[in-house]
Write a protein that binds this ligand. Structure first.
Ligand SMILES: C[C@@H]1O[C@H](OP(=O)(O)OP(=O)(O)OC[C@H]2O[C@@H](n3ccc(=O)[nH]c3=O)[C@H](O)[C@@H]2O)[C@H](O)[C@H](O)[C@H]1O
Length: 451
């Protein structure tokens, strides 16, 4: 490798949303001539190869996911388990410390990117070579700064000025989700926030997927709180996929007029309870629009078909599909028939949503998605949240239908406003030099970290 090239190792949390986002970043950094060693569970590589655009510069390093009591055998990522089991997978993730140390000693990277492995920086102290660690969050900086401010506001030592743009008001049910981040165990004997705090304290620098033009000074706030250098990679837009949309979806979507189909996907982790699953699909039926919902079967069900309301499949025959498996989301969002995307606001899906031409309906689940939904719906008015119960956070078929009809009625003031504001964000993200400038500066800062 020439002197301008860096050997970077990456070890993201075992969630497809993190792994895919890291691989998108790996492509951008490989495009700058860097060599990437991408450490992932051995069976997960097959799901990723078509995302890898620089096979000679990005090497997948397979590891075994240790078995932890309570985890189904063969579990590798959060895609394989209900959200409630994520803490067990995080325990397995923490047990990989020894294997990770052996890998790092062998490959001797100059920089390691990580996100929840708070113990990783310590492993790099004994490699015999200078090795810098970057805590790289794919969770948005407004979400992280909100959490940090919430903790400090409670501690009464919010000495660092909090970005006013993020003064976000949460509903009662949302507040409980945020509290869970601070209190619930995520891996043995440690909360998710404690994990964030240790990782942020131990890392040499803190990176974010995002840009100040959208997220404001939130990344700088987090850097100030931890007194660490902050690196922003920009939005890290997915490289065009090398594969084509599966024929069955291309043919089915091709039956409908442009902009008329609702696409629903809630990321790789969210498994709805049956009652909410049914309210969601009944809400789609109520809209009268064609729809494609890619959802995981509700808890306790082997298939989405088994969980559908009575008579639903017959009523929507030819107009609506509820699919229980993985779909090529970025390619579906590009299809001209898709006019509305109901998204859970995961950071990967949100970027894909913003660069799409769909109207956006927002249905967040976990804490960072809640903050992202507020940013898009309230700050930018580029999407509409589905109304939910203040205390229980439940939505109804009526509230699903109401949100879709609001954005799909482009004659209405709200529909027009959403479209105009979304187009502004899309133009910003796709503007000629935004991403290239961020990636160039990010790469330059990595060199600066190496001294
Ligand atoms: C960072 C963190 O990752 C988590 O991952 P999750 O999978 O839920 O969501 P995304 O970030 O949208 O990631 C999901 C990724 O999987 C892709 N996809 C998903 C479903 C499908 O059927 N086909 C696909 O191609 C999608 O295109 C996206 O790139 C949490 O959300 C968290 O809130 C988020 O901030």
């Amino acid at each position: 490798m020439d002197s301008s090239s860096i050997h970077i190792a990456m070890y993201p949390w075992f969630a497809m949303g993190h792994i895919i986002a890291y691989l998108h970043l790996a492509n951008k950094l490989a495009n700058k001539g860097n060599k990437i060693s991408f450490i992932i569970p051995k069976g997960t590589k097959s799901k990723l190869v078509h995302f890898n655009h620089f096979p000679n510069l990005i090497t997948f390093v397979p590891i075994n996911v240790p078995h932890v009591h309570g985890l189904p055998h063969g579990t590798e990522t959060t895609l394989d388990i209900p959200f409630s089991s994520n803490t067990l997978l995080m325990t397995a993730f923490d047990i990989t410390q020894k294997e990770i140390e052996l890998i790092l000693v062998e490959i001797k990277p100059s920089i390691v990117f990580f996100d929840t492995a708070f113990w990783l920086p310590n492993l790099t102290r004994n490699l015999g070579v200078k090795c810098v660690t970057v805590l790289y969050w794919v969770i948005t900086s407004p979400s992280m700064s909100f959490i940090e401010y919430t903790v400090r506001k409670c501690d009464g030592n919010g000495e660092v000025e909090f970005p006013a743009s993020s003064s976000i008001k949460l509903h009662a049910h949302e507040g409980r989700v945020v509290d869970a981040i601070l209190k619930n165990e995520f891996g043995i004997g440690i909360s998710f926030y404690e994990r964030i705090w240790r990782a942020s304290t131990m890392a040499d620098a803190i990176g974010f997927k995002g840009c100040r033009e959208i997220e404001g000074p939130n990344a700088d706030y987090v850097g100030n709180v931890y007194r660490k250098p902050v690196l922003l990679s920009g939005p890290v837009l997915p490289e065009p996929q090398t594969s084509a949309l599966e024929e069955k979806w291309a043919l089915w979507l091709g039956k409908f007029k442009a902009g008329s189909v609702i696409y629903v996907a809630l990321g790789s982790e969210w498994i709805l309870q049956q009652n909410q699953f049914q309210e969601l699909v009944l809400g789609l039926e109520l809209t009268g629009f064609p729809f494609l919902a890619a959802l995981k079967p509700p808890l306790g069900f082997e298939s989405v078909e088994a969980a559908l309301p009575d008579g639903f499949k017959e009523r929507v025959q030819g107009r609506g599909i509820v699919h229980g498996g993985w779909v090529q989301q970025t390619l579906i969002l590009k299809h001209p028939s898709i006019g509305c995307f109901i998204t859970h606001c995961g950071s990967g899906s949100m970027i894909e949503a913003l660069v799409s031409q769909c109207q956006l309906v927002l249905l967040p689940n976990i804490f960072d998605q809640i903050i992202t939904a507020k940013l898009i719906s309230t700050t930018f008015k580029a999407g509409v949240e589905i109304r939910r119960g203040e205390e229980d956070g439940l939505f109804s078929k009526e509230s699903v239908s109401e949100a879709v009809m609001t954005v799909m009625n482009e004659e209405s003031d709200v529909g027009k406003e959403i479209k105009v504001n979304h187009t502004k964000l899309r133009s910003l993200l796709l503007s000629e030099d935004l991403e290239s400038t961020y990636v160039h500066c990010f790469n330059h800062k990595l060199h600066e970290l190496l001294g």
